[in-house]
Ligand binder design. Structure first.
Ligand SMILES: Nc1ncnc2c1ncn2[C@@H]1O[C@H](COP(=O)(O)OP(=O)(O)O)[C@@H](O)[C@H]1O
Ligand SMILES: [Mg+2]
Length: 346
């Protein structure tokens, strides 16, 4: 392996590329995406709708459906007590992929009903998840289920086991889904906008719950959201995606306090509460272009307030560069905007 990871990396993604073959041509929804998930930490992937966050998440469990395909790069999982697993090269029907999904990596989706069956009780569904991946009796599985439901803050867990998903509120359903995802103690949890469908109060409760639980269980997490406010509340590290690429990454502290890419700066400006109180909230003008019309040069240039004609709108998209102050960003004007040194990442 070219770059053996430090002991504290649980998942390493390098140059990931995902292509959808459509009537309109080959659409690259994810390009040159690289990031490391540090063990026991929460990495947020943030960006507007259509930036490739979900496609990235699905790739990590090799769940991309046709006409999509991973067409480049590598996804390597470093389980604590097993050999490293190269996920993108696993056969669709291999036992190892089956072990990875649900055993080593589990996923929470935006809409809890995608993960829950309406015709089975909560208890049956959680116990089934336990029995699939753990060598325990049915009685032990039920005990584990009750304990996990208690941990995710569901009152009267014994009673809840006998209920059906439709008998629970949206917030309670999402707690059940979190319980199901965590009950097998995965090494990595992928949460794809898990609180977006919930109202703000419930969202805050669930974020706090997730943060506390993960700290207790030492699970590593990829937390996907379009909301930098959520990133500030929950994550340690952040990768900002725009039109299928990572355009900035670093520690949450660094990136939110001192954003370097104009896209991150724009996302922050449009967020109430995080920027300076004097600053007016400004939405980023325009919208994310379609993959059939990716702008030349820096894909963000048509919306960028720092756009320089002749520089930003020509050639290949800018590569990630390392900033002297920490973090990385893919912008050709880093030195002009921030007057600091940026060097190519190797
Ligand atoms: N099944 C599909 N067929 C064709 N293109 C797709 C498909 N799924 C996703 N895409 C493309 O990938 C882009 C990124 O999608 P997605 O990862 O879901 O964005 P996000 O989660 O950031 O909102 C979409 O805008 C779309 O162009
Ligand atoms: Mg999505």
């Amino acid at each position: 392996m070219e770059n053996p990871p430090k002991d504290d990396t649980v998942l390493k993604v390098e140059n990931l590329e995902v292509t959808f073959t459509t009537e309109e041509g080959a659409l690259q929804a994810v390009r040159e995406v690289s990031f490391d998930l540090p063990r026991g930490k929460i990495l947020a992937i943030v960006g507007e709708s259509g930036c490739g966050k979900s496609v990235t998440a699905y790739s990590l469990m090799s769940l991309i459906q046709k006409p999509g395909k991973i067409t480049g790069g590598s996804i390597t999982l470093y389980p604590k007590s097993e050999d490293p697993i190269e996920i993108s090269s696993l056969d669709e029907k291999s036992d190892l992929l089956y072990h990875v999904r649900g055993g080593l990596i589990s996923m929470i989706f935006q809409e809890p009903m995608t993960a829950l069956s309406p015709v089975h009780t909560i208890g049956n569904q959680i116990c089934e998840a336990i029995l699939l991946h753990q060598d325990v009796s049915e009685a032990e599985a039920e005990k584990l289920a009750v304990s996990m439901l208690g941990k995710v803050g569901i009152p009267g867990p014994e009673k809840r086991l006998k209920q059906y998903p439709h008998e629970l509120s949206g917030g309670m359903r999402q707690r059940v889904v979190i319980a199901m995802a965590l009950v097998c103690k995965p090494e990595v949890l992928i949460a794809d906008e898990p609180t977006t469908a919930l109202d703000v109060t419930i969202q805050a409760q669930i974020l706090k719950l997730v943060r506390d639980l993960l700290e207790e269980m030492q699970t590593s997490v990829i937390f996907i959201t379009h909301d930098l406010g959520v990133v500030a509340q929950i994550a340690d590290e952040v990768a900002v995606m725009y039109l299928g690429r990572v355009v900035e990454k670093g520690s949450v502290h660094h990136v939110l306090k001192n954003p370097k890419h104009p896209y991150t700066m724009g996302l922050l400006k449009s967020l109430p509460g995080l920027g300076s109180s004097q600053e007016r909230l400004e939405a980023i003008p325009g919208s994310v272009p379609s993959l059939t019309a990716v702008p030349p040069g820096c894909p963000y240039h048509p919306r960028c307030p720092k756009f320089e004609p002749g520089l930003c709108d020509v050639g290949a998209p800018p590569l990630m560069r390392q900033l002297a102050s920490g973090g990385q960003a893919a912008c050709l004007r880093l030195e002009d905007i921030h007057s600091e040194e940026a060097v190519p990442c190797q």
